[in-house]
Design a protein around this ligand. Structure first.
Ligand SMILES: Cc1cc2nc3c(=O)[nH]c(=O)nc-3n(C[C@H](O)[C@H](O)[C@H](O)COP(=O)(O)OP(=O)(O)OC[C@H]3O[C@@H](n4cnc5c(N)ncnc54)[C@H](O)[C@@H]3O)c2cc1C
Length: 328
């Protein structure tokens, strides 16, 4: 990756996943100077393919982003591999400090840093993440169709996940693990759909020949499974926004953290925007890319409004941004 970093962009995009790159593509095509600063760890990195994405079904995640970086550069955008350490206000815009010591500046900032999946702490589980330990039926359901699927009660949506995965397989088992068992109505729904419920803590995920083989319950009973569904808690990586007072909040769906924003992606801090999983934990790749494109158009409109204001003031011989109310 070429690593040319200028100083003084219209927009600094922090995070170069689907959301950040699509935003940068739109901005570069809008003849805006833009840089994407990306640490290079997208959420779906462990997966072999991106599914449910029209026109690029099954493309490896790294290949999709490599193509995206090429498209951004093709319109004159810069893409830099680095982490962002801090964003502070400076001269009506923002100074962006990279963790490698470099500094740049943007009139506006788009945060598209995604989220990290905080996985249940069960030995052997993390190593299978994105392969046969899964969370999303639309990402992986087809790949595990008709398999023996386990669902680990690990979040508020776990019963819902079991009912969803039942669409892809008739062999679904719900493990209550450390949670209280399903409520009476949920238990009836699971029974009606033929989902078996097994009580007891899951103490290990077992693997044979690099494939998930089953889950071990406390007391040494093992239940054979080919895939295990979990409900990770989403955690956002936005400490670098603290100097601006932008802080994560709990998402109303109970799935973890996000940065709140209005429907256009505008945060409470003027000039700071968000798109993708950092604000919408359930956005898949297509939705994250679409959000990036949409927020880019809003940012461009904001910049045009500012430039138009300045042009009108200059036409009247006024210094932009200075009050011209006569002194009394
Ligand atoms: C295992 C798994 C499989 C999935 N499979 C699918 C699928 O098949 N289909 C689908 O549509 N969706 C899938 N998803 C969902 C998909 O990962 C998300 O929709 C998508 O990654 C969201 O894009 P994003 O741009 O918001 O964030 P990300 O793709 O996570 O990109 C964020 C980027 O920001 C960077 N970053 C973070 N902090 C900083 C910082 N401080 N400075 C600079 N850069 C930073 C990260 O390194 C990363 O490169 C899957 C998710 C998982 C976990």
């Amino acid at each position: 990756m070429s690593d040319v970093l200028g100083y003084g962009y219209d927009v600094v995009v922090i995070g170069g996943g689907a959301a950040g790159l699509n935003a940068a593509l739109m901005l570069a095509r809008a003849r805006r100077s833009v840089v994407v600063v990306d640490a290079g760890a997208p959420r779906n990195a462990p997966a072999t393919g991106v599914h449910g994405l029209l026109g690029r079904e099954g493309i490896p995640p790294a290949e999709l982003l490599e193509r995206g970086r090429g498209e951004v550069r093709g319109y004159g955008g810069d893409v830099v591999r680095a982490g962002v350490a801090a964003v502070t206000r400076r001269d009506g815009g923002f100074e962006v400090a990279l963790s490698d010591g470099r500094v740049t500046r943007g009139r506006q900032v788009l945060v598209a840093t995604g989220a990290v999946d905080d996985l249940p702490d069960v030995p052997g589980l993390r190593a299978r993440w994105g392969r046969d330990v899964l969370h999303c039926p639309y990402c992986h359901g087809w790949e595990v169709r008709d398999q023996a699927i386990g669902v680990l009660a690990s979040g508020p949506m776990s019963v819902h996940q079991a009912l969803l995965f039942r669409q892809w397989s008739a062999d679904v088992t719900f493990f209550t693990h450390t949670a209280p068992g399903p409520a009476a109505e949920e238990a009836e729904q699971l029974a009606a759909r033929g989902v078996r419920v097994i009580d007891g803590e899951v103490v290990a995920v077992e693997t044979v020949d690099d494939r998930l083989a089953g889950v071990r319950l406390r007391g040494d009973r093992t239940i054979a499974r080919e895939a295990l569904v979990v409900a990770p808690r989403m955690v956002v990586r936005t400490d670098f926004l603290a100097p601006l007072g932008v802080r994560p909040a709990q998402h109303p769906a109970g799935v973890g953290e996000h940065i709140p924003a209005d429907v256009t992606g505008r945060t409470d801090v003027p000039g700071v925007w968000v798109a993708g999983n950092v604000t919408d934990p359930v956005a898949q790749v297509g939705a994250a890319a679409a959000a990036g494109a949409s927020v880019a158009a809003r940012i461009n409109a904001d910049l045009i409004a500012e430039e138009t204001r300045q042009a009108v003031e200059a036409r009247h011989g006024r210094v932009p941004g200075r009050s011209h109310t006569p002194a009394r």
